[in-house]
Design a protein around this ligand. Structure first.
Ligand SMILES: Nc1ncnc2c1ncn2[C@@H]1O[C@H](COP(=O)(O)OP(=O)(O)OP(=O)(O)O)[C@@H](O)[C@H]1O
Length: 615
C-alpha cells in the first residue's frame, strides 16, 4: 500500500523527526485530504505530491520505492541535507515537478539524463554542488516551463533552450562560459549573472574579431532607422485618430454606472479614469446581444454562493476602490444581492488556461474565518477578473494611515491585537492547505488585510504567485521584496513570515513601510531598522503609535508583540522564526499584562532581553 511504501521511505532516511504524523496505523490520505505531513492527495485519494522541505532530511532518496506511488507527480525535497548524485527520478513515470533546491547534491549529470522525462515541467535544483555541463537533454523537454539551477558549479556552454513557454530560467552563479544562445538572449541579465566567462545577449558582448562596418553602411542604417521612426509615428497618429472616431460613434453598452467614484486606497494614486470591468477599454463586451452574453461567463468556485452573472455586475453601480500593482478594484453593488468586489488582473499568464482554472478551484476550496473567499473568476487571455465579497470596513491600511475622524477613530490596542491574531490564524491555515507553494501568501501587506463589521481581519490576494507573470511578480509582489530575495534571489517558506513581521511593526507603529516595499531600496531603511535605531527608553513615546491609546497595563504585551515583529524581520532566513513558532507566540499574547508583570519594562525587558530585541 502507499502507506507501507512511504513508511519504508521514512525508514530509509535520517533525521525524520519532522515526520511524526507518518504512523503505521494511519494512511497518508483519507479521501482527498492528507493525513501525513508533507503529503498532497489527489481526487482518487492517492499521493500526488511529496513536499518534504526544510526538515534537515539526510540519506539516500530511494526512487525505487517512489515508483510504487502511481499518481506521484511532484517531488519536493528543498532545503534538506541530501548529498551525492542526482537521484534517478527518471524511474518515476509522469513526474511533472521536481524541487531539490538547497541540498548538497553533487557530481556530473550525463548529457542524455533527462531524455524521456517528457512530462517534466518544473525543475528546481539551485544551490547544490552539481558539476560538469548542463545536460543537453534538458533543452529537449517540450513541456519545460521552469528551470532553476543557479548556485551550482555547472560549466561549459549553455545548451540551446528553445521551449517557448520557459518562464523561469536561472543559471546564474555557475562556471558557465561562451556565448548565450540566441533563444535566451531576451532574458534578464540576472538569469546569467555570476558566470564570468559568459557573454552575449544581456551580458557584455563576446569579443569576436571586430569587423568595422564601412561608413556608408552606418549612414544607410541611420537613414533607415529615421525613416522607420517617421513611419511608425505616422501610423500611430492615424490609428489614434481612427480609434477616437470609433469610440465617439461606439454603441457599446456603458460600464457599470459610476454613481459614486471615490478612492479609498491610501497608498496609491486614484484611478478615476480607469474603466470599470465590462467597459470598452476592457474589451469585455457588455452588450445586450447574445454573443456578448455568451462571452461573459463567470466561473463560480464555491457551491455555497448565490449565482449572478456578468450582466448583473455590469448593471450594478460601481465604485473604484483603488488600483494596486495588478490592476484596479471596483465595488459593484448588485441590484438584488450583496456588494461584490471585482479585481482586474492583467499580468496573470504564467500558466495556461487549464492550470489557471485548476489553481482557481484550489483557491476556491479554501475556507477559513480569516481568509476572504474567492467567489468567482472570469478568464480571458489578456485579463482575468477575480470576484469576492465587499468587506465592510475596508482595508487595514486605510485604518492605519487614513484620516482619523470621530466616525473613524484610530484602531485601539485590543483591536490591533485581534487583527494580528486573525492574520496569524489565516496564515497558518494557508500554510497547511497550500504546502506546495513556497510562499503560500506571497503578497501580504496592510492593503490586503480587510476588516469586517467586527474588525475581524480577512486576508486577501493570497496564493497568487504561481499564476502571476514571473517578471511582474518579481518586480511587484511583496515576497520578492524580502531580504532573501534581494540578497540571493530566493523565496523560502519563511518569506511570508518576514512580510508578517513588517505588517506587525506597521500595526504597532502606525508607520508606512513603503521604504523597503519600493524595489531596489536597501534594507537599511526598513521599518525594523528604524525601530532598532530608536533608543529603547523612547520606544513608548516614539515607536508605538499613540493612537492605540493603550495604558501602562498593556505595555508588556505590546512590547512582546514588537519583539515578535522584529524577530520575523530577521534578515538571515536561518535565524528567522518559522510560522509555527510565530503563531504560537502570538497566541500567548493578551490584551493586558498579568498583574505580576506590571513592572514589565524593568523586569522582563531587562538589559539582556532588550539587547536580544535590538541585536
Ligand atoms: N473585498 C474588498 N472589500 C473592501 N475593500 C477592498 C476589497 N478588496 C480590495 N479592497 C481595497 O481596495 C483598494 C484597492 O485594492 P487592490 O487589491 O486593487 O490594490 P492593493 O491592495 O492596494 O494592491 P495590490 O494590487 O498590490 O494587492 C485597497 O485599498 C483594498 O484594501
Amino acid at each position: 500500500s502507499e502507506s507501507e511504501t512511504l513508511l519504508k521511505l521514512k525508514d530509509s532516511l535520517q533525521n525524520t523527526d519532522g515526520l511524526t504524523t507518518w504512523k503505521p496505523s494511519t494512511s497518508p490520505c483519507t479521501a482527498q485530504k492528507p493525513n501525513w505531513m508533507g503529503i498532497r492527495c489527489d481526487g482518487r485519494g492517492r499521493v500526488w505530491a511529496l513536499q518534504l522541505e526544510n526538515l534537515g532530511l539526510k540519506g539516500e532518496i530511494n526512487v525505487g520505492l517512489l515508483q510504487d506511488l502511481p499518481d506521484l507527480r511532484t517531488i519536493g525535497f528543498m532545503n534538506n541535507s541530501f548529498e551525492g548524485p542526482l537521484p534517478d527520478l527518471r524511474k518515476i513515470i509522469g513526474l511533472k515537478t521536481v524541487y531539490l533546491t538547497g541540498n548538497k547534491f553533487s557530481g556530473t549529470i550525463p548529457s542524455d539524463w533527462f531524455t524521456g522525462m517528457s512530462s517534466l515541467k518544473k525543475l528546481h535544483m539551485a544551490n547544490n554542488q552539481f558539476t560538469g555541463e548542463i545536460p543537453k537533454s534538458l533543452a529537449g523537454l517540450d513541456k519545460l516551463v521552469e528551470l532553476s539551477i543557479e548556485g551550482n558549479k555547472f560549466e561549459g556552454k549553455i545548451p540551446d533552450f528553445r521551449q517557448p513557454r520557459l518562464t523561469i530560467f536561472n543559471v546564474s552563479n555557475n562556471k558557465l562560459e561562451g556565448e548565450i544562445p540566441k533563444s535566451l538572449r531576451k532574458l534578464d541579465a540576472s538569469s546569467f549573472a555570476g558566470n564570468e566567462e559568459l557573454c552575449g545577449g544581456p551580458l557584455k558582448a563576446c569579443s569576436t574579431p571586430s569587423k568595422k562596418p564601412a561608413t556608408w553602411i552606418i549612414v544607410l542604417i541611420v537613414i533607415a532607422v529615421i525613416v522607420a521612426i517617421i513611419a511608425i509615428v505616422a501610423l500611430l497618429v492615424f490609428l489614434l485618430g481612427r480609434r477616437k472616431k470609433l469610440s465617439e460613434s461606439s454603441v457599446e453598452a456603458p460600464p457599470p454606472s459610476t454613481a459614486t467614484v471615490q478612492n479609498r486606497s491610501v497608498q496609491k494614486e486614484p484611478e478615476h479614469q480607469a474603466s470599470a470591468p465590462g467597459s470598452p477599454e476592457n474589451s469585455i463586451k457588455g452588450g445586450n446581444g447574445k454573443k456578448g452574453e455568451q462571452s461573459l461567463k463567470l466561473s463560480f468556485v464555491r457551491d455555497d454562493r448565490e449565482r449572478f452573472d456578468m450582466q448583473d455586475l455590469l448593471r450594478a453601480s460601481a465604485e473604484v476602490l483603488g488600483s494596486g500593482c495588478f490592476g484596479s478594484s471596483y465595488k459593484a453593488a448588485l441590484l438584488t444581492g450583496p456588494a461584490m468586489v471585482v479585481k482586474r488582473y492583467k499580468q496573470m499568464n504564467n500558466v495556461g488556461r487549464e492550470e489557471f482554472i485548476e489553481h482557481m478551484r484550489r483557491i476556491g476550496r479554501l475556507g477559513h474565518p480569516n481568509l476572504l473567499p474567492l467567489v468567482a473568476y472570469y478568464y480571458k487571455k489578456e485579463e482575468k477578473l477575480l470576484i469576492s465579497d465587499h468587506v465592510l470596513n475596508g482595508s487595514l491600511a486605510a485604518h492605519l494611515h487614513g484620516n482619523q475622524t470621530l466616525d473613524h477613530p484610530s484602531l485601539d490596542w485590543p483591536t490591533r491585537l485581534k487583527i494580528v491574531k486573525g492574520v496569524a490564524h489565516g496564515l497558518r491555515y494557508l500554510y497547511s492547505e497550500l504546502p506546495s507553494l513556497v510562499a503560500p501568501h506571497g503578497h501580504l501587506k496592510s492593503s490586503n488585510v480587510l476588516l469586517n463589521e467586527s474588525y475581524e481581519p480577512l486576508i486577501t490576494d493570497y496564493g497568487l504567485i504561481p499564476v502571476v507573470n514571473q517578471e511582474h511578480a518579481h518586480t511587484l509582489m511583496v515576497a520578492y521584496k524580502s531580504p532573501e530575495y534581494m540578497q540571493s534571489k530566493r523565496v523560502t517558506k519563511k518569506t511570508d513570515v518576514w512580510s508578517f513581521g513588517v505588517l506587525i511593526l506597521e500595526i504597532l507603529t502606525g508607520k508606512l513601510p513603503t521604504n523597503f516595499l519600493q524595489q531596489g531600496k536597501g534594507s537599511e531603511e526598513d521599518l525594523a531598522s528604524w525601530v532598532n535605531s530608536v533608543p529603547r527608553e523612547e520606544w513608548f513615546s516614539q515607536v508605538f503609535d499613540t493612537g492605540m491609546g493603550a495604558g501602562k497595563s498593556s505595555e508588556g504585551e505590546m512590547l512582546k508583540l514588537l519583539k515578535i515583529g522584529l524577530e520575523c524581520c530577521e534578515g538571515e532566513v536561518e535565524k528567522r522564526l518559522d510560522l509555527k513558532e510565530v503563531v504560537e507566540r502570538i497566541e500567548e499574547l493578551k490584551e493586558r499584562d498579568n498583574p505580576g508583570d506590571s513592572d514589565f519594562f524593568s523586569t522582563c525587558a531587562s538589559e539582556g532581553d532588550m539587547t536580544k530585541i535590538v541585536g
